[in-house]
Ligand binder design. Structure first.
Ligand SMILES: [Zn+2]
Length: 142
C-alpha cells in the first residue's frame, strides 16, 4: 500500500480507495464490548479504579495510574461540552447544506470523553442531553 502524502494549500487531504483488504474484523475487547452493550441499553458504561477511584469513560480494563483491573460502572454524572468544532465542508471540500457541530462530551468527575454530533446552541461547558446512544453520540444542548 502506498499513497501520495503531500498536501496542497487550500485542499483537503483525502486518500480514496487505498485499502487493500476486502474486509476485516475489529474486536473491541472486553471493556469495549461492555461499553457497546451499554450503549444498546441507553447506558454509558465507564470503569472505576478500586484503588484510586479514578473513573474512565469509555470503560477500560486497567487503571493507567495503579496498573490494576477496574470495575465497570454506569455513568450517571452530567454530560457536558468539553470542546467542539464546526464542520462547514465535506471531505471533498463541498460546502455542507448545514454546518455540523462535533463535540467532545465529557461527564462530570470522570476522565476521557465521547465524540458527539450536537444539536442546539453549542457552548463550552454547557450540559447536554443524550438523544441517541451511538458513536458519535447525538446530543442536544440543554
Ligand atoms: Zn487507579
Amino acid at each position: 500500500m502506498s499513497w501520495d502524502k503531500i498536501g496542497y494549500e487550500d485542499k483537503l487531504l483525502v486518500w480514496n480507495e487505498i485499502m487493500e483488504a476486502e474486509e476485516y474484523v475489529y474486536t473491541v475487547g472486553v471493556a469495549g464490548e461492555e461499553f457497546f452493550k451499554g450503549l444498546k441499553e441507553k447506558r454509558i458504561v465507564g470503569s472505576k479504579c478500586p484503588k484510586c477511584g479514578k473513573v474512565y469513560v469509555p470503560a477500560r480494563l486497567y487503571c493507567e495510574d495503579c496498573f490494576i483491573k477496574t470495575e465497570f460502572i454506569n455513568i450517571t454524572s452530567k454530560p457536558y461540552i468539553y470542546t467542539y468544532t464546526i464542520i462547514y465542508a465535506d471531505e471533498n471540500g463541498n460546502k455542507l447544506e448545514k454546518p455540523q457541530v462535533v463535540a467532545l462530551v465529557r461527564f462530570e468527575n470522570t476522565n476521557g470523553g465521547l465524540l458527539a454530533f450536537v444539536e442546539g446552541e453549542v457552548e463550552i461547558g454547557k450540559e447536554v442531553e443524550i438523544l441517541e446512544y451511538k458513536i458519535p453520540l447525538i446530543v442536544r444542548v440543554k
